[in-house]
Ligand binder design. Structure first.
Ligand SMILES: Nc1ncnc2c1ncn2[C@@H]1O[C@H](COP(=O)(O)OP(=O)(O)OP(=O)(O)O)[C@@H](O)[C@H]1O
Ligand SMILES: [Mg+2]
Length: 328
C-alpha cells in the first residue's frame, strides 16, 4: 500500500550568516493512512523542524537542503507556494504547544475556527457556522453556540487547545501534525487532549504525526515511533517493540529515564551530557560522546541501518548484541 506521507533523505539546514549547519540530517520515514506515528527525542534534536517542513512552515533561518516529502503523490518540497497553500490547513494541518500564542487575541473563537474554511474558498457563512458548531460538538467543546462568541483570553489553556484542534480539524485533513500539544497543560487536561486525539484518529481515520519529548505519552498513543537524536533518526519501529526491547543505546537511556511510580523519589537513570549544538557536529554517531558503549568505530562513521522484526530499523553497531541480550 502506498503510504500517505513518505519522507526520503530529508536534510534541513540552518543558515547563520555565511555558515550553514544541518539540523536534520538525511532522515527517511513513512506514515500510513490513518496511522499514529510518534517522533521522540530530547530538546534540539530536530523534531519541530521535521514537523514544520511538511506543510512548508519552516522558520526563515531554515531550509530543506535535500530530499523529498511525498504526500498524495506530490513532492511538497517542490510544490509552488500557491499549491502548498491549498494543502496547508486543508489536507494537512498542525497543532502547536502554545495554544494561546497560536490564537488571535482579537477574534472571537467561532470566527477563528471558521478561518480555514474561508481561506479555502468556502464563503457560505451560514453553512460555515453549521460546520463550526458541528466540529465543536464532535470534539466535546461545551456549549458551542456561546463558546463561538468568546475571546481566547476567556478560556483555559486546555480549552484553547481544544479550540486549536477544532480549527485544525474543520477542513477534515488527512494528516494532523501535533507538536508537543499537551506539554503546556496539567496532567488531567493532558489526558483529555490525548483522548481527543485518539478519538479523532479512530472516528475520522485522520493520520497523526505526534511529536513529544515524553516517551510515556508516545507509548500511550502511537503505533510506531521514530527516535531522533541530533538531527538523525537513530531507531524506529513499532512502539511496543521499541519499549520492550530498545536497540539503540540512546533509546535505552531514554526509556531508563522514564519516571515510574515504583521509583518515585529516587534519582532518574538519566543519560549524562547533552545534545550537541548543530555547530558542533562530529563525524560518526552523534550519540557516541554520551554513549557508555561507544567504540572507536562509532566516532568514525554513522552506523548503517540494522533491520529487525516488524520493520524495526536501528543505527547502532551494538543493536545485534542488544537484541541477543534481550532474548536471553
Ligand atoms: N529558527 C531557528 N534559527 C536557528 N536555529 C534553529 C531554528 N530553529 C531550530 N534551530 C536549530 O535546530 C535544532 C533543532 O530544532 P528543533 O526546534 O527542531 O528541535 P526540537 O527537537 O523540536 O526541540 P524541542 O524539544 O526543544 O522543541 C535546534 O537545536 C537549533 O539549533
Ligand atoms: Mg520542538
Amino acid at each position: 500500500m502506498t503510504p500517505l506521507l513518505s519522507v526520503k533523505g530529508l536534510t534541513i539546514d540552518i543558515v547563520q550568516g555565511k555558515n550553514i549547519f544541518s539540523a536534520v540530517r538525511d532522515i527517511s520515514f513513512e506514515l500510513g493512512e490513518g496511522e499514529i506515528l510518534g517522533i521522540v527525542g530530547e530538546s534540539g534534536c530536530g523534531k519541530s523542524l521535521t514537523a514544520l517542513s511538511i506543510p512548508g512552515l519552516l522558520p526563515q533561518a531554515a531550509e530543506a537542503g535535500s530530499g523529498s516529502i511525498f504526500f498524495e503523490g506530490r513532492d511538497l518540497l517542490t510544490l509552488p507556494e500557491q499549491e502548498l497553500c491549498r494543502v496547508r490547513g486543508n489536507k494537512i494541518s498542525m497543532v502547536f504547544q502554545e495554544p494561546l500564542l497560536s490564537l488571535n487575541p482579537l477574534l472571537r473563537i467561532g470566527r477563528q475556527i471558521e478561518e480555514p474554511l474561508l481561506l479555502h474558498g468556502k464563503k457560505d457563512r451560514a453553512g460555515n457556522r453549521e460546520q463550526v458548531l458541528d466540529i465543536m460538538a464532535r470534539l466535546g467543546l461545551p456549549d458551542p453556540p456561546s463558546l463561538t462568541r468568546a475571546y481566547p483570553h476567556q478560556l483555559s489553556g486546555g480549552m484553547c487547545q481544544r479550540v486549536m484542534i477544532a480549527l485544525a480539524m474543520i477542513c477534515g485533513p488527512r494528516l494532523l501534525i501535533t507538536d508537543e500539544p499537551t506539554t503546556a497543560l496539567d496532567a488531567t487536561i493532558q489526558t483529555q487532549i490525548l483522548e481527543l486525539i485518539k478519538k479523532i484518529n479512530r472516528e475520522r481515520g485522520t493520520a497523526i504525526l505526534f511529536i513529544s519529548h515524553d516517551l510515556s505519552i508516545i507509548r500511550r498513543l502511537c503505533r510506531r515511533v521514530l527516535v531522533m537524536y541530533a538531527g538523525k533518526i537513530v531507531e524506529s519501529g513499532k512502539t511496543e517493540d521499541v519499549f520492550k526491547r530498545p536497540l539503540h543505546e540512546y533509546t535505552r537511556g531514554l526509556i531508563g529515564s522514564i519516571p515510574e511510580r515504583k521509583r518515585k523519589g529516587s534519582a532518574l537513570a538519566n543519560i549524562p551530557g547533552k545534545v550537541p549544538f548543530i555547530e558542533e557536529q562530529l563525524p560518526g554517531c552523534p550519540f557516541a560522546p554520551r554513549c557508555a558503549k561507544a567504540m572507536e568505530r562509532c566516532r568514525e562513521a554513522f552506523p548503517e541501518a540494522a533491520f529487525f522484526d516488524n520493520g524495526r530499523r536501528v543505527h547502532c553497531f551494538m543493536a545485534g548484541s542488544f537484541f541477543k541480550e534481550a532474548r536471553l
